[in-house]
Design a protein around this ligand. Structure first.
Ligand SMILES: Cc1cc2nc3c(=O)[nH]c(=O)nc-3n(C[C@H](O)[C@H](O)[C@H](O)COP(=O)(O)OP(=O)(O)OC[C@H]3O[C@@H](n4cnc5c(N)ncnc54)[C@H](O)[C@@H]3O)c2cc1C
Length: 459
């Protein structure tokens, strides 16, 4: 055990986890001059953020972008002096397709996750049947009935727009974000603004159509970095004092302080930020507070895999489908989504290459992660042949497996978070941050990491 310094009341912070949440916390603590050590068990920083490259192609094998509507990621990137590195998606080329009965059908313009905000594109689209479109029309007549309880996304969507909207809009769009099962995900935690709309207007269609346009930050909704998302990780890492070791215990210590064990050594800390997945946090806090550990352990995760396939442009013989396509669970074999990387973002792919990034796994098909690379590529190529008609062989491929990486906000998530917060309030100096709690995306994780750091600086 490393004994505390002469000044046992001084602030010394331990951060567990070097993903974007932990790194964002380290950044603010470093700038405030607070002594901080960040433990990351893997040999690299960034967590699920990872960029690779091959022959002028840039591959984000985890998250490929962040949304600009939530300002926290963009604000941090600008503070880091990386504003000029930010790129936007090529929205003029933006069409996303949904696979229906083996054919790719363009997602109608103006769909906000589950709700059509424009009438004509939806009326004209072959994606949904007339019965569903008529049902959408009747939905406009709904009035608030006072009760808008939390329920599953599936129940909520079927209640408003019917099963087909769930199958061909909500499920594929959500599975691209959460890799999750809408029958389990909580509408209150995953799409809270729609629950608010229901409370206020009854009809989601009317709410969306009459709502004032959200303030635009200007430019594309999806942003990324010219040289890939690890640009942000690399810039943040300069502010972190990092040890690549796994933390395996966090315990209370004398005088309201904590001690943390990593690599067989104990280290004292005034404050600890656990910015690791909830299942990892649960294992760490069990001895301190078994009930807190149990609540953390209830947070489910999904596992996924991304496969990037590089083709020579001259050899690519398949359909070029806009930004890419989503495969609804009803039609899915193994591939859940595919992105034409060079169409979606500039600075990713040279003109002579085409990169397809496929998303596999997610709720119900975690088994894909244990299949061999050869098997994953074979399965993916066979599906691409059927969906896009590609017979050309890729000239390069990159597979990244992300086991238990994406927290699932299942029904009851908000209640679990309240209980976790109540228990944390009894453990001053202990903080949790990361995608398990109050937002899955990069901007949310930045916000939670920075909030923990600011609370420590202010305490
Ligand atoms: C494939 C994929 C695609 C995604 N796409 C997008 C996207 O396009 N846009 C978007 O906004 N979000 C996206 N997300 C979600 C978003 O990227 C993540 O939610 C976010 O990056 C998670 O950050 P984090 O810091 O909470 O956790 P993580 O990135 O999981 O980092 C946690 C870190 O803690 C470390 N750790 C765990 N336990 C310990 C321990 N005991 N001791 C030491 N270290 C430990 C882990 O090794 C890991 O590095 C995507 C996620 C995935 C998996």
């Amino acid at each position: 055990m490393s004994k505390s310094s002469e000044n046992s009341n001084s602030k010394k912070v331990v951060i567990v986890g070097g993903g974007i949440a932990g790194l964002s916390a380290a950044y603010d603590l470093s700038r405030a001059g607070v002594e901080t050590i960040l433990f990351e068990k893997k040999p690299r920083l960034g967590g699920v953020i990872e960029t690779q490259s091959w022959e002028d192609c840039v591959f984000d094998t985890g998250p490929d972008s962040f949304i600009s509507q939530k300002p926290e990621a963009l604000a941090l990137i600008k503070e880091l002096g990386l504003g000029d590195e930010v790129i936007g998606s090529n929205d003029h080329q933006r069409t996303t397709y949904i696979l229906k009965k083996g054919r790719l059908v363009a997602l109608p313009e103006g769909v906000m996750m589950i709700v059509p905000s424009k009438v004509m594109p939806m009326v004209k689209s072959p994606l949904l049947s007339w019965a569903t479109k008529i049902r959408m029309g009747f939905e406009l007549l709904r009035r608030p009935n006072g009760a808008s309880p939390d329920r599953s996304v599936a129940e909520f969507v079927v209640d408003h727009f019917g099963q087909e909207t769930l199958d061909y809009l909500a499920e594929p769009l959500l599975s691209g974000v959460y890799g999750g099962d809408p029958a389990k995900l909580s509408i209150a935690s995953v799409l809270p603004r729609f629950l608010d709309m229901e409370k206020k207007y009854g009809s989601l269609g009317r709410a969306v159509m009459s709502a004032p346009k959200p303030p635009s930050s200007g430019g594309s909704l999806f942003r990324s970095m010219k040289s890939g998302m690890t640009t942000v990780v690399n810039a943040l890492s300069k502010f972190a004092h990092v040890r690549h070791e796994q933390v395996d215990a966090v315990e209370p210590f004398a005088a309201g302080r904590y001690r943390v064990r990593a690599g067989g050594e104990w280290m004292e800390a005034s404050d600890v930020i656990i910015a690791a997945p909830a299942w990892s946090a649960a294992a760490l806090v069990g001895k301190m507070d078994a009930a807190l550990a149990a609540k953390l352990g209830e947070i489910d995760y999904s596992s996924s895999l991304t496969l990037s396939l590089v083709y020579r442009n001259s050899e690519f013989d398949g359909k070029r489908a806009g930004f890419g396509f989503l495969v609804p669970a009803k039609e899915r074999e193994r591939v859940a989504a595919a992105t034409f990387v060079g169409t979606k973002f500039p600075h990713r792919t040279p003109d002579d290459k085409i990169v397809l990034r496929l998303f596999l796994g997610g709720a119900g098909d975690e088994a894909i992660l244990s299949e061999s690379d050869e098997s994953v590529v074979r399965v993916a190529r066979e599906e691409l042949r059927r969906i896009l008609g590609v017979t050309a062989a890729p000239v390069h491929q990159i597979i990244s497996r992300w086991p238990r990486s994406m927290a699932q906000y299942t029904v009851g998530h908000a209640g679990r978070i309240s209980e976790i917060k109540e228990r944390l309030a009894k453990l001053p100096g202990l903080y949790l941050a990361g995608n398990a709690y109050e937002g899955i995306g990069i901007p949310d994780c930045v916000r939670m990491g920075r909030a923990a750091a600011k609370a420590i600086v202010a305490s």
